[in-house]
Design a protein. Structure first.
Length: 537
């Protein structure tokens, strides 16, 4: 009886935990559905600060507004955060205030490390004088420097250098703890990071639990601490607590429009290992979108290593479901034939030929409808499979090309910097032609897309009157208008994502789409569904 009670208790506990996880995932999916609203709210706050900046002329006010704009952008968009940190640094130099100069340079360092530029971060931080800084600012400085060393050690994965970076990072933490006020967020964050890196996980649990119970914790501070505690729980085998914290951290990141995040990537990896491919695929795509939007190149590389694996596994699962559906349909068809056979025998015995004839006709109609549905389903699955295969091949090809270019660029730059040929290194950096690379990317996409949809332009132009048809510019395979709706046909409906892929602003994409829809004789609401009906060959 005791064993039975124990089994029932464990089963109830498991079901309760599963229900709690599902509830959190539903909350995360709701936040994901409303992500654009959070971004718009964030942008409105930024626009308000920019308007204030345009109306002020005092150097002190300008410096404060640069700092405020940096705070808004630091987890939202790298290039803008870096720009306003730079402007704050210039304003601080004009004000001849050493403390403000040091603060601005620390913000430059945060922007650089968030973008994966570890060497530049350390160079910036090493150029800061600590003489005029308060103890709390020094603690923040040492935390940022320690994180730089630790992130660099994780990124390098080289036994000859990793231990040096870890040792340097630990020394920075000790320096920060010496000046931080016990019980504050910065003190607990420094202590937690040290315990995490030294493997003192019980102490790390206490540190991060204490942080999460602090009042007035920002969404970003909560997400970072929850993500760190999740890692500790994972190493201790507490998977339910670990995934719950990851979900909460991802929700906090979405609701605060934070793009510099790892929580949703870690969550996607966890769910993939647990077999939840649908959610894993959605979250890994969001992680890549966030990393691309922010400009975190090192995170893009990390996510790129797992994203194709999840997508391939998901496609394989769809194929297995398709085969299972075919088997079940075959079994049902056989059973239907048996029913018909028995019905014919019974109706012959009862000599109710007319009733039997009506039943056979109805059954045949049902079978024809089922066969049509199966044919349509097989056709859609075949097209989807072909698109996915082409897309994966295109994805790996483009990434391999750009990785090779990055390797060559890194080797060239490293060689010139090592030999102290700084002017040659600067020439090499300026020789990057991003516009040419983007055009090459467009040409490659156009070729792959037209291989899948060779009749796309013809079918697209059928939606317009002859005088309103969209012409393809000379020397190109697709115009910008065609390319926007080509991405929509590939299943990418998010205007923000389309804007990032094509290098335009979201407003420009809205303008292009509205202009094209207004030219068509098809209604605006029906236009995109007609685009989705264009079939692949």
């Amino acid at each position: 009886m005791k064993l039975s009670v124990l089994i029932v208790f464990c089963l109830c506990l498991t079901l309760e935990t599963r229900a709690a996880t599902d509830s959190l995932l539903n909350e995360l999916n709701n936040a994901l559905a409303n992500k654009e609203q959070y971004v718009v709210k964030k942008q409105q706050g930024i626009d308000k600060l920019k308007n204030q900046l345009g109306r002020t002329a005092k150097p002190e006010d300008k410096y404060n507004l640069y700092q405020a704009l940096y705070d808004e952008y630091k987890t939202f968009q790298y290039d803008s955060a870096y720009n306003y940190a730079k402007q704050a640094d210039i304003a601080a130099v004009q004000l001849k205030n050493p403390a403000l100069i040091a603060s601005a340079k620390m913000k430059l360092g945060f922007s650089l490390i968030s973008a994966g530029m570890f060497k530049e971060t350390l160079e910036t931080l090493n150029g800061i004088s600590l003489n005029n800084l308060s103890d709390s600012t020094k603690a923040e400085y040492y935390f940022l420097k320690a994180r730089s060393y630790f992130d660099l050690s994780d990124f390098d994965h080289n036994n000859d250098y990793t231990w040096r970076y870890v040792q340097a990072g630990t020394q920075c933490i000790d320096s920060g703890l010496a000046v931080a006020n016990p019980g504050t967020y910065r003190f607990l964050a420094l202590h937690g990071l040290k315990d995490l890196r030294t493997g003192n996980f019980p102490a790390a649990v206490k540190d991060y639990t204490a942080i999460l119970s602090l009042p007035n914790l920002t969404a970003n501070q909560f997400a970072i601490s929850a993500c760190s505690l999740s890692y500790v729980y994972e190493t201790q085998g507490k998977k339910d607590e670990s995934v719950a914290l990851l979900i909460k951290a991802a929700i906090a990141d979405l609701q605060s429009a934070t793009k510099e995040t790892v929580a949703i990537y870690k969550l996607a990896d966890f769910l993939y290992k647990q077999g939840d491919l649908n959610n894993a695929f959605v979250y890994i795509k969001q992680a890549m979108d966030d990393a691309t939007y922010y400009g975190a190149r090192h995170r893009q590389v990390t996510i790129s290593s797992i994203m194709p694996i999840i997508e391939a596994k998901r496609i394989k699962t769809i194929e297995e479901q398709r085969r299972s559906l075919f088997i079940y349909s075959s079994i049902i068809t056989v059973l239907v034939f048996f029913v018909i056979a028995f019905a014919i025998i019974i109706f012959r015995q009862l000599k109710k030929l007319r009733i039997a004839d009506n039943i056979i006709k109805a059954t045949n109609i049902t079978l024809q409808e089922n066969n049509k549905s199966l044919e349509e389903l097989n056709k859609n699955l075949s097209v989807a499979n072909k698109i996915k295969n082409e897309y994966i091949g295109y994805y790996f090809n483009v990434n391999s090309i750009y990785i090779e270019k990055l390797e060559n660029f890194q080797k060239s730059l490293d060689k010139k910097l090592t030999s102290k040929r700084y002017e040659d290194a600067l020439v090499t950096v300026k020789s990057l032609n991003l516009e040419s690379e983007r055009q090459h990317l467009f040409d490659t996409f156009d070729k792959v897309f037209l291989r899948l949809f060779p009749n796309f332009i013809t079918k697209f132009n059928e939606l317009f009157k002859p005088e309103e048809e969209i012409a393809v510019p000379t020397g190109q395979l697709l115009s910008t208008e065609h390319r926007i709706f080509a991405l929509i046909r590939m299943g990418i409906h998010d205007n923000d994502r389309i804007a990032k892929l094509l290098g335009y602003s979201v407003n420009t994409i809205y303008a292009y789409k509205n202009r094209i829809k207004n030219k068509s004789f098809v209604s605006n609401d029906e236009f995109e569904s007609r685009i989705m009906e264009i079939e692949a060959v």
